[in-house]
Design a protein around this ligand. Sequence first.
Ligand SMILES: Cc1cc2nc3c(=O)[nH]c(=O)nc-3n(C[C@H](O)[C@H](O)[C@H](O)COP(=O)(O)OP(=O)(O)OC[C@H]3O[C@@H](n4cnc5c(N)ncnc54)[C@H](O)[C@@H]3O)c2cc1C
Length: 455
Amino acid sequence: MEKIVIVGAGVAGVNAATKLVDNGYPGEAITIIDMGKSPYERKYSEVMEGFLGAGGWSDGKLTYHTAIGGHMSKYCGEDKAMELFDEVINNFKRFHPKPEEVQCSDPQAEPDFIKPHFGLRLFPVWHVGTDYLHEIGKNWYDFLVSKGVKFIWETKVTNIDFDNQELYCDWNTPKETIKYDRLIFAVGKSGIDFGKALADQYSFPTEPKPVQIGVRFEAPQHHFQKLIDISYDFKLYRKFEDEGVSLRSFCTNNNAAYVAVEETYGNHSYNGHAKKDEAFRNNMTNFGILMEINGIEEPFKWAREVVQKLQFHGTGLYYSPTRIPSTTSEGEDVRSYQIDNLSGVENVMGEYWTYIMDFIEDMKKVFPTLKDDWGIYIPEVKYLSPEPLVDYKNLALNQFDNVHFVGDALSARGITVSGAQGTYVAEDILGRFCKVENGSYICEWDNHMGDNITF
Ligand SMILES: Cc1cc2nc3c(=O)[nH]c(=O)nc-3n(C[C@H](O)[C@H](O)[C@H](O)COP(=O)(O)OP(=O)(O)OC[C@H]3O[C@@H](n4cnc5c(N)ncnc54)[C@H](O)[C@@H]3O)c2cc1C
């Protein structure tokens, strides 16, 4: 048995730990370190950090398709990916106080009224809602603690010595480093700069990535109701093959829908989430309009520079022909600086800005009541940091086969895929100590469950 350290108690890390303890891996041999707080301590404003990570305060849309939310099938094939997605979705239901309230939206055909301007991606999505995620987080955390998993909260891992298998943390008082036999690196988007620094320090070979950037669009829900009735998390898309650009609406939130500020590298960008509780209903819809741009040299650097230039007075921008920014679910203003024209944004985004404005103009044709009743928060960005090359069979680094990258820190961009990557790595770890018989793991520690484990 090995001492496993998981950096990041987000969706990927938590699903990995759950798969391990569900199959008898001693929880005492698993330590999870997170710079955020337990689900009992975490505040609403802590959007990205703490138990279940960004997924814990997200909208909880669990997408169920291999073409959505990052890479899974490229590692393990379509069938295995879907099996792993099922496990993740079942975990969310298992710790849900009212699992019957998790609804599935499953559009079957593109409606005619959006043609010829847009296509519609057809895939099922399970919707949990932010408020239930808080309860799920507590139940899930209690389960892992009851299994002996050790959590170290409010502790940032600041460096990793892969050669000597030890971690350095921002302890307030001098403490020893933390040793590991096996490391799961699951720092999500809030740790993307850390992942990049390690990749530079160790010269990890990486896979090239496109840029994903755009805006968070917000409008009263009734303008979009006809499409929401068909697909809760509708994904309108269009592709400009020759120009290497594609656009899609991304992460749609409805009913009690709020825009959220994300902070990465000290800059603000935007995302959204929705609550289930009727008390929070504001009858708004928000979604990202995201462009995927291929062929930009140094895409990560380019995206960071653009985001930096789109900041004013320490925050992102808001533009609307008629509206003002909304408030958060706690009644505070969504932090943004309202601008009265888009010329500055156009200067920064260059030719790419036209794609966004065309998308909005065409939405006005498809949803005729929309007119000027909308606003955009600028920018929304998905930083796809250079993806380290990993062994596809267990997501371990090429140079260090006891270090696994998972979730948004690798190639995921959503809850289901992040959780699936964590589960996939856990399966590989179990495979080192167990054999599968009749669908169950028979493991080498099965006869030693009462033994004291000390590391
Ligand atoms: C507002 C919002 C809404 C979203 N809505 C959806 C949605 O509806 N559906 C969907 O599929 N996706 C959604 N997402 C994206 C989704 O939450 C992420 O893709 C997913 O959580 C990634 O999982 P992860 O485990 O890789 O990272 P995370 O869940 O982000 O977890 C990473 C964890 O690592 C910790 N960490 C980072 N660096 C360090 C360090 N150096 N030391 C210690 N700890 C560290 C962080 O504190 C965090 O808890 C949303 C994101 C946001 C912000």
